[in-house]
Design a protein around this ligand. Structure first.
Ligand code: FAD
Ligand code: NAP
Length: 538
């Protein structure tokens, strides 16, 4: 088994994979890309559910590396909807002439590192590849959780998983619809479906904080200004904590009086967006008091919007604000004032089964025509562990990560030479504007490969010591914040049996970039680099 001989194989055709293919070609590699979906786009190919749109402003949620793409593409809204982002990624793949090296409808099932030859033997469901480098641009929100409810096979109506929404339109008009899940996805589906469904039943286990998007058409003048100043805008985003171009906060919440705090939060709420409140204070994610002020401000807003006090109470989250990804909405809380929307508390009365007629909870049976599962993903590790990956000595990634993922820089894994992860565990990806993180990761790995080739080196591998230090560094940074306390997908709490390890790097995009750059400057410190099987320390 050898298959097509390549310098590099990229897996996944979302933002990460498309950019990786482009950059690897640019450094002179014979590279190809395989993608499970029938088209490019990744997240934006799969998540076609009603209401899907970005929570980072469109003008920042785009590639920065190509002046042509930037000049040609016009966004129509402050927060673009899924069809527009998908069209953008198709446009990018076309303009960059990527399609000729992309194999669609192809899944990588296993990959084995051949130590003798220093190459990856990759098996897909449509043939094999033999590649020097393997770049897993498989996403971290790309393995949807299957509905775990008994009886689903007997349900007489239609049912959909949001991240596998069909391409053909689904008509929810006049139907009795049940939505399970109130994360970012559920909130978007619920808001849009409320306006068309006959009756909408929302099955909520845990409420989330949601900030107003204040979405609307993008002012053409503003867009021209963004294009004109894009380089400095992106430069600022790359050095900011969350990959968005806002100045960092300067004060702690306690440094200002209550009135001033409220004024700042009101200003943030009026501006809208995912960082409406969190950019007010330096200690928002690390100090109980600071966080409580933002959480209570949001709960007050919910009480002010939702007329039924009991429903408002049920919608009010108790966890630290921002420690699960904050949602962004266009009229979410308002839908609970509609007579056709019903909130079902499945915390107190859990779902027991799906019946032929609908959903039965411990309290009642709800008759439904359609069930929508917005129950999230096996996030961050799922897409990597779905592949049977074997490194040096046949070691399995599933074994290495049995107690939680371990990486060096979120980009590499000890004992898995020439393997690169994009936005892997231990990277800041999921806590940031992902496009900013993706471009940084891909640039770093492409530069690394280019420098290896310039030096006649063929194999790079993280040392176990460097990996150990990075894992400890990631944990130490997280430990100084409130993040690990939430039962979020960041800690694997949403998947039964998954190790409870806080996975993202919380130090922010700017600090992470500096740390990665420093590793490269120091001759790829923490890596072993070799020509053949003879290692030289980096
Ligand atoms: P993906 O887009 O997930 O692409 C990975 C691809 O790899 C997929 O197409 C998948 O099919 C393919 N793949 C996986 N395994 C295999 C395999 N074994 N073989 C072959 N192919 C494989 N982030 C933000 O910063 N801002 C947002 O507004 C935002 N909105 C989001 C909305 C939704 C609904 C979701 C689910 C996520 C959102 N995210 C957002 C996160 C989003 O995933 C990233 O922004 C970005 O799109 C990820 O790009 P990617 O290329 O890394 O991964
Ligand atoms: P999620 O945040 O994990 O939310 C899943 C929801 O389903 C939660 O409310 C969860 O409740 C519920 N749930 C899961 N399993 C359940 C079960 N067995 N029974 C009952 N309820 C169950 O997933 P998501 O909403 O798909 O979002 C994932 C991430 O994707 C987001 O955090 C964000 O990063 C990204 N995203 C972004 C946008 C955007 O606005 N641009 C849109 C969608 C997604 P519990 O909390 O109680 O577990």
């Amino acid at each position: 088994m050898r298959g097509t001989r390549l310098d590099a194989l990229v897996v996944g055709a979302g933002f990460s994979g498309l950019y990786a293919l482009h950059r690897l070609r640019a450094v002179g590699l014979a590279a190809r890309l395989v993608e499970r979906g029938g088209g490019v786009g990744g997240t934006w190919y799969w998540n076609r559910y009603p209401g899907a749109r970005c929570d980072i402003e469109s003008v920042d949620y785009q590639f920065s590396f190509s002046p042509e793409l930037l000049a040609e593409w016009q966004w129509t809204e402050r927060y673009a909807a899924q069809p527009e982002i998908l069209a953008y990624l198709e446009f990018a793949a076309d303009r960059l002439d990527l399609y000729r090296d992309i194999e669609l409808s192809t899944s990588v099932t296993s990959a084995r590192y051949d130590e003798e030859r220093g190459r990856w033997q990759v098996t897909t469901d449509r043939g094999d590849h033999d590649a020097r480098f393997l770049v897993l641009a498989v996403g971290n929100l790309s393995t949807p959780k299957p509905p775990p409810f008994p009886g689903l096979e007997r349900f007489a109506g239609e049912w959909y998983v949001t991240a596998r929404w069909p391409e053909e339109p689904v008509d929810l008009r006049g139907k009795r619809v049940g939505v399970i899940g109130t994360g970012s996805t559920g909130i978007q589906v619920i808001t849009v479906t409320a306006a068309v469904a006959d009756e909408l039943w929302v099955f909520q286990r845990t409420p989330n904080y949601s900030m107003p998007a204040h979405n609307g058409p993008l002012d053409p003048e503003l867009q021209r200004e963004v294009k004109r100043t894009f380089a400095s805008r992106r430069h600022m985003a790359e050095r900011a904590e969350a990959g968005v171009p806002f100045p960092a906060p300067e004060k702690a919440a306690r440094d200002v009086g209550e009135e001033e705090r409220r004024r700042m939060y009101e200003e943030g709420w009026a501006r809208g967006g995912i960082n409406s409140l969190s950019y007010a204070f330096t200690d928002f994610h690390s100090d109980e008091f600071a966080n409580a002020t933002g959480a209570e401000f949001t709960r007050e807003k919910i009480r002010g919007i939702v007329r039924d006090a009991d429903v408002a109470e049920l919608l009010s989250p108790a966890h630290h604000i921002g420690t699960k990804r904050t949602c962004v909405d266009t009229g979410y809380y308002e839908v609970y004032n509609r007579p056709n929307v019903h909130l079902v508390d499945i915390r107190s009365a859990p779902i027991e089964e799906i019946t032929p007629r609908g959903i039965r909870t411990a309290a009642a049976e709800h008759e439904l025509d359609v069930i929508v599962f917005a129950i999230g993903f096996d996030a961050m590790t799922g897409p990597f562990l779905d592949i049977d990956l074997r490194g040096r000595g046949g070691v399995m990634l599933r074994e290495r990560w049995a107690d939680g993922p371990r990486t060096y820089l979120g980009l590499t894994v000890a004992a898995f030479p020439n393997l690169f992860l994009v936005t892997g565990p231990g990277s800041p990806g999921v806590l940031s504007n992902m496009v900013v993180s993706i471009e940084q990761h891909v640039d770093w790995l492409a530069d690394c490969i280019a420098s290896m080739r310039a030096g006649g080196l063929e194999v790079i591998e993280a040392t176990p010591e460097a990996e150990e230090e990075w894992v400890a560094h990631v944990a130490e940074l997280a430990g100084a914040t409130l993040y690990p306390q939430a039962g979020s997908w960041y800690v694997g709490a949403n998947v039964p049996g998954k190790p409870r390890v806080f996975m993202p790097y919380v130090g922010g995009c700017g600090r992470y970039r500096a740390e990665c750059d420093e590793v490269a400057r120091a001759g790829y410190r923490g890596f072993l680099l070799s020509r053949a099987r003879q290692f030289t320390s980096g």
